[in-house]
Design a protein. Sequence first.
Lengths: 174, 174
Amino acid sequence: MAAALELYDERGFEQTTVADIAERAGVTERTFFRHFGDKREVLFDRDGGLQTAFVEALAAAPADADAWTALAPALDAGCDFLADRRDHARRRQRVIDATPGLQERELLKLAALTAALTAGLRGRGLSELAAGVAAEAVVGAFRVAFTRWIDPAEDRDLRTVGRAALAELRAVVS
Amino acid sequence: MAAALELYDERGFEQTTVADIAERAGVTERTFFRHFGDKREVLFDRDGGLQTAFVEALAAAPADADAWTALAPALDAGCDFLADRRDHARRRQRVIDATPGLQERELLKLAALTAALTAGLRGRGLSELAAGVAAEAVVGAFRVAFTRWIDPAEDRDLRTVGRAALAELRAVVS
DNA sequence: AGAGTGATGTCAGGTGCTGACATCGACACG
DNA sequence: CGTGTCGATGTCAGCACCTGACATCACTCT
């Protein structure tokens, strides 16, 4: 994973072959594909952790809390999961933003997160429609907050920006 | 495009080679790649129209309307764009849902839509954060509404479901 | 009639990815 | 201590995706 990120960053995703990554990592091309499904997945291996952070925090919210108050701490938990890896996140995101193929994969991971949150909200009694839009909105807020947090001009921490995004959403919807 | 959809539907995306599609369409594999960037793109060629419908409706809203009241007719326009192609949408979506690679591409198109709406909202004076979360929320609502509309058990038209999704969002956020 | 233009065909080649089989070291068991 | 199992890795062959370069052909403008 480190070798791949380095190479993608140095010379670009397209200009890097799997053989290059394997060589730098000291293994064979074939064993690369045994660890990662494809050339893109090597950058997204840890995304499961983000999703579990979200989902567990949602599940931990009091059962009688309404959806919105249950989602806020879930967003907090997701933000905290990344809080102390900002430099790495920047580096990684620079590579992703430069490559449509990697953006696709990132969106798929976020869609999985949305689906997981939708399921969690359904378990709290929300309708399919309500759970779906709520999950989409929260993940969208996370995405926007993350993008701002990555910006070098931004000095607030991710959790703060995430809260601000939720507040903006609430303001714009009403 | 017709040949590709047929084949993807008949035997699956992975089990279909570009040579198969080209043969059924009566052209060469090389010609296929001159018309479509890759094997997936052939299913998403018309997505620009959806985005245009959204964006133009947003631009057409009165300049002094607040974001939410400007976004509602944009969502309507997007829904209307698909309204009379429900059978085709079902068929196409069945293929997409069965193939992660196609879901990725679909999400990328929706992300482009989100970006375009964000730009439109910024032009109306919203902050980056506010425009971003609003666009994400509306596109999310569209996605959820579309999914419900595709469901055979659903008998409302897309526009109605879209409106309902917005109402649910408003309800859950407040 | 001839030149230009755009779409298509043909060919060669690189890269991503997979299946099948071989190798090797760690460990358990008798 | 010898042996068998098992998981990780290496090796190799091969298909499918995608691209660049050049040729061909129909069509159009002059």
